[in-house]
Design a binder for this molecule. Structure first.
Ligand SMILES: Nc1ncnc2c1ncn2[C@@H]1O[C@H](COP(=O)(O)OP(=O)(O)O)[C@@H](O)[C@H]1O
Ligand SMILES: [Mg+2]
Length: 212
């Protein structure tokens, strides 16, 4: 099973993804956790570069190599949890950054080899809340500068889930959950964990039915 977390900075993705890993491991599942951009050199570069097209290319490259790892993990029956996937490039570089959406879609197709997540959790929070959380974490200065940008990203994400939008990849996904990120950490984790457990149990049943 391949699970993706998306949302603006400060929405709580990393918190929930890591908690989910811990909780699934407690139940005996083998779990891998990755975050994008996966390669440290690329992470550093993208934090320095302002040009959105160059960023798009760097994220794409990083994603291309990470997907190879993820495919191997999935083959070994790991549950893979990923903190940001190609939706981030659509929302940040595409919708907010002005890079051509069609171009991003082509790059996404190439870098992911068509690998779609089984579940996507989009954690949606008001910008104010995200910023206040980041300020507490000591990351606020950078974010305050980018307030307008983050607002566009938030709108971009919501556009992603709007069926009338042109984000073709979205319509192929059955399990795209938009979560209210203003709920507390435990409450959100409970919803996430229950959703995943239900899916894992349904899978087990299907396997059993095939065996019997
Ligand atoms: N539901 C929540 N309610 C209150 N604070 C939260 C919640 N989720 C995360 N936080 C806090 O907000 C900050 C940003 O969370 P983080 O998981 O790093 O967000 P992201 O990975 O989306 O940028 C952290 O300090 C975290 O403890
Ligand atoms: Mg994070």
């Amino acid at each position: 099973m391949f699970i993706v977390f998306e949302g603006i900075d400060g929405s709580g993705k990393t918190t929930q993804a890591k908690l989910l890993k811990q909780n699934l491991e407690k139940e005996g599942y083998k779990v891998k956790f990755y975050s994008e951009p996966h390669f440290l050199g690329i992470k550093k570069l993208t934090s320095l570069i302002k040009n959105e097209l160059v960023k798009t290319i760097l994220f794409t490259l990083s994603r291309y190599f990470l997907v190879q790892k993820i495919l191997k993990d999935l083959n070994k029956n790991y549950i893979v949890i990923l903190d940001r996937y190609f939706y981030s490039t659509l929302a940040y570089q595409g919708y907010a950054g002005g890079v051509d959406i069609k171009l991003i879609e082509k790059l996404n197709k190439w870098s992911t080899k068509g690998l779609q997540p089984d579940v996507v959790f989009l954690i949606d929070v008001p910008i104010e809340i995200a910023i206040s959380r980041l300020l507490k974490k000591g990351e606020g200065y950078q974010v305050l500068e980018k307030r307008k940008y983050l607002e566009k990203v938030k709108r971009g994400y919501l556009k992603l889930v709007n069926r009338n939008s042109n984000f073709y990849l979205l319509n192929e996904i059955k399990d795209f959950y938009v979560l209210d990120g203003t709920k507390n950490i435990e409450e959100l984790q409970k919803i996430i964990m229950n959703t995943i457990k239900e899916k894992l149990n349904t899978r087990k049943l299907i396997v059993l039915e095939n065996v019997l």
